[in-house]
Design a protein around this ligand. Structure first.
Ligand code: GDP
Ligand code: MG
Length: 439
């Protein structure tokens, strides 16, 4: 996986405080492969990689997170920026406001029309949408919309026998005004591929309706083709936003990035299922997660950044190196972890681990007795753990912390083991550094 490859690329970086050109280049090679595998257009991927390189170089790596994770965050943020940064609302100006749906046959226009009607109806503003059936070529298409309308209790406007979609749509607007519908959603006909007749028709609809929002609906599963179709529609009708459907499939959603870059229009909604509530507002941040397929490393890094004071972290590292880590530091570490939030949440954000711990009971109070024990030590005992060899001190601490002498012993043993491990790691690190200096 990409995550593993990045891990490998950054092995060499361990112990270094900065991201350097060599390891950035290596890691980004893998990111580029992942993007292309996720259906991101080749040129888009290249431009993207270049900009990430610029941003990442020379960045300070937080001591508390691994450089690999830091790098993922850079890639992720850049992806999100490219896809628009924030979720973009639809324009509902006008009385009624008109939303025009466009896109190929099967892209999900009719389904999305229903979903939008449902969303707007449920909205706090209590909109009264009207659905309009302008797919005049297939009688089944009109029925499909009527069924949805019945199910959602949203009125559907259609004209039996009228083959002129512009006429129908204009009549529907008058109908909406008379009936007090504040939003008109115009579902249109698509074709299996882009053709002149369809383009003329949607262009005419747009010109005569002057919609406040023209949405281009595209099936995310179609990958690179989605980008080409988006380009052709945009050149003809200059749409306002994109709806990416069928993201509930196993597609990685790279089309989102390509479309955004190639046509420079925001993606506003995503379809994530056939049911009427399977509609999400598009969140660039979440889509970036999906394209990278990395679990929620990003939130992990963000929370670590918030919780860990870098100065504090440097001081801690200095102590670790000198093997001066004591119970006082241990207590501070526990505080830091607590600041980062719910322990189960944190652990479940680690890619590959998330699913595994889902059903495991991780007790947020796991540190409670440890904390109590340390707090029952005198400051001197915390600084000089060797004093704790004394049995009467242990008994006093157990009593003071409401624990048992076994629990106190266990903590002391864990602490000793930890120090031993740190000593070994320090020794290895020094050898590593000598190696590098020779090279
Ligand atoms: P239209 O020809 O553009 O109007 O497309 P439809 O709305 O009729 O959708 C075509 C097919 O895709 C239908 O079977 C829908 O149920 C299905 N569909 C639409 N949106 C989604 C989605 O977000 N997820 C899934 N899984 N299926 C969808
Ligand atoms: Mg349809």
């Amino acid at each position: 996986s990409l995550s593993e490859r990045l891990e490998r690329s950054f092995k060499i970086l361990k112990g270094e405080g900065k991201i350097t050109e060599v390891n950035v280049a290596d890691a980004l090679k893998d990111v580029r492969k992942a993007l292309i595998a996720a259906d991101v257009n080749y040129k888009v991927a290249k431009t993207f990689i270049d900009s990430v390189k610029q941003k990442a170089m020379g960045m300070n790596v937080l001591t508390a997170v691994r450089p690999k994770e830091m790098m993922i965050k850079v890639v992720h943020d850049e992806l999100a920026i490219l896809m628009g940064g924030e979720a973009q609302p639809i324009n509902l100006q006008g009385r009624p406001a008109i939303i025009l749906m466009s896109g190929l046959q099967g892209s999900g226009k009719t389904t999305m029309s229903g979903k939008l009607a449902y969303m707007l109806k449920k909205d706090k503003k209590q909109h009264k949408p009207l659905l309009v059936a302008c797919d005049v070529y297939r009688p089944a298409a009109i029925d499909q919309l009527k069924v949805l309308g019945d199910q959602l209790e949203v009125p559907v406007y259609s004209e039996e026998g009228n083959k002129n979609p512009v006429e129908i749509a204009l009549n529907a607007v008058q109908h909406a005004k008379a009936k007090g519908n504040d939003i008109v959603i115009v579902d249109t006909a698509g074709r299996l591929a882009v053709d002149e007749e369809m383009m003329d028709e949607i262009e005419n609809l747009k010109k005569s309706l002057n919609p406040s929002e023209t949405l281009f609906v595209v099936d995310a599963m179609t990958g690179q083709d989605a980008v080409n179709t988006a380009k052709e529609f945009n050149e003809r009708i200059d749409f306002d936003g994109v709806v990416l459907t069928k993201l509930d499939g196993d597609t990685r959603g790279g089309a989102a990035l390509s479309i955004r870059t190639v046509v420079d229009k925001p993606i506003k909604f995503v379809g994530i299922g056939e049911k009427m509530d399977a509609l999400n507002v598009f969140h660039p941040q979440r889509m970036a997660d999906r394209i990278l397929g990395m679990g929620d490393v990003v939130s992990l890094v963000e929370r670590a950044q918030q919780a860990i004071d870098e100065k504090e972290a440097e001081e801690l590292e200095r102590k670790l190196r000198k093997n001066k880590f004591d119970f006082e530091d241990f207590l501070n570490q526990i505080q830091t972890i607590k600041k980062m939030g719910n322990i189960k949440d944190l652990v479940s954000m680690i890619p590959g681990v998330g699913k595994a711990v889902k059903d495991v009971d991780i007790d947020d109070n796991a540190f409670k007795s440890v904390e109590a024990i340390i707090r029952s030590m005198t400051p001197k005992e915390r600084k000089e753990p060797s004093l704790l060899a004394n049995q009467s001190r242990k008994i006093r601490i157990a009593k003071g912390s409401g624990t048992t002498i076994q629990e106190v012993n266990r903590l002391i043993k864990q602490f000793d083991d930890m120090r031993k491990m740190m000593k070994q790691m320090n020794a290895m690190d020094k050898k590593g550094m000598m190696g590098k200096m020779k090279a």
